[in-house]
Design a protein around this ligand. Sequence first.
Ligand code: ADP
Ligand code: MG
Length: 375
Amino acid sequence: MTDFQSVFGAAPDGVWAAPGRVNLIGEHTDYNDGFVLPVALPHTAKATVRRRDDDLLRLYSEQGDGRITELKADLEPAAVTGWASYPAAVVWALRQAGHPVGGLDVHIDSDVPGGAGLSSSAALECAVAAACDGLFGLGLGPAELALLAQRAENEFVGVPCGVMDQMASMCCAEGRALFLDTRDLSGRQVPLDLTGRGLRLLVVDTRVKHDLGDGAYAGLRAGCERAAALLDLPSLREVRPAALDGALVQLPAELRPLVRHVVTENARVEQAVALLDAGDLAGLGPILTAGHASLRDDFRVSCPETDLVVRAAVEAGALGARMTGGGFGGSVLVLVAEPELERIASVVRAAFAAAGHAEPRTFTAVPSAGARRLS
Ligand code: ADP
Ligand code: MG
């Protein structure tokens, strides 16, 4: 008996999976129409689903509150709280866009660590979006589903996220990084053969999530939008690196570091892609570390725990390291030569323990596939 059957008392119609992600470089650029370079993780949220004859939405998660959440067709953001707001949001956004999504039972099981900057929320949304698309024969493309999932998180859940996480979860491909221009969603799959180059991407989940992050994200986004408006530009993406100094002098002092981060970060994505195209994967290292310094000193979204992991890893001989995700905790990416993996991971764990922090979770990220039907 599947878990779906034991929860809902019937056989499911199908199973869809969507991954979490790590972003190689391009942080806090997606809501500035900028560039990002995410990689999908092997970790996925799985949505096992069944169509219903009525228009009820019933939701259950193995990582949830142990209860079935039952919702009527007229979904309203205020009426849904907690984890169930994410899948309900996706059904709401699809229906708002005029797609014929009827009632369904949804069973979620995810091994994407939650709240760790690895995008468990987009994995959950995209698994549900892909399931609805398949179950109701909507025929929507991955980018369209990603945009609807982002709209769901923005307008129903109330998180003002950019589109990177949902695009990564829907569109990434095995063995590739997704070079995405968030201004028009044009993109390219860039080969990322880490193993072939004797490299590994170590992920260190600090298991820290500072409360500060929840309100700060919206404030940072608003700051970027204000800076763009003062520069009379549609977004900070329009500031090219050569024009940065000229832009900064037109801005109040408190906005300058935000703009400097976004503009230099977009340049780092372009540099990273050029290196990947040239097969120089080790060359990514210094770009990662420079990206972290920019997030720490200019954008100010790192925290003592992520700074510690980056410093310890780089001092121990990692090629480069940076926090990934929105910040204020979460995970750090560390690029290492394969023979150094275990040694550097132990140095990081020891530094973390010496500072009195709880043990971090570590794993190596293997570039994996985007959302798909499993059965
Ligand atoms: P991240 O996306 O970086 O993991 P978020 O704060 O954006 O962090 O999303 C985490 C939230 O997503 C959780 O608090 C929970 O509400 C929801 N969520 C993610 N995965 C699951 C799951 N498997 N079951 C229930 N809720 C989940
Ligand atoms: Mg999220």
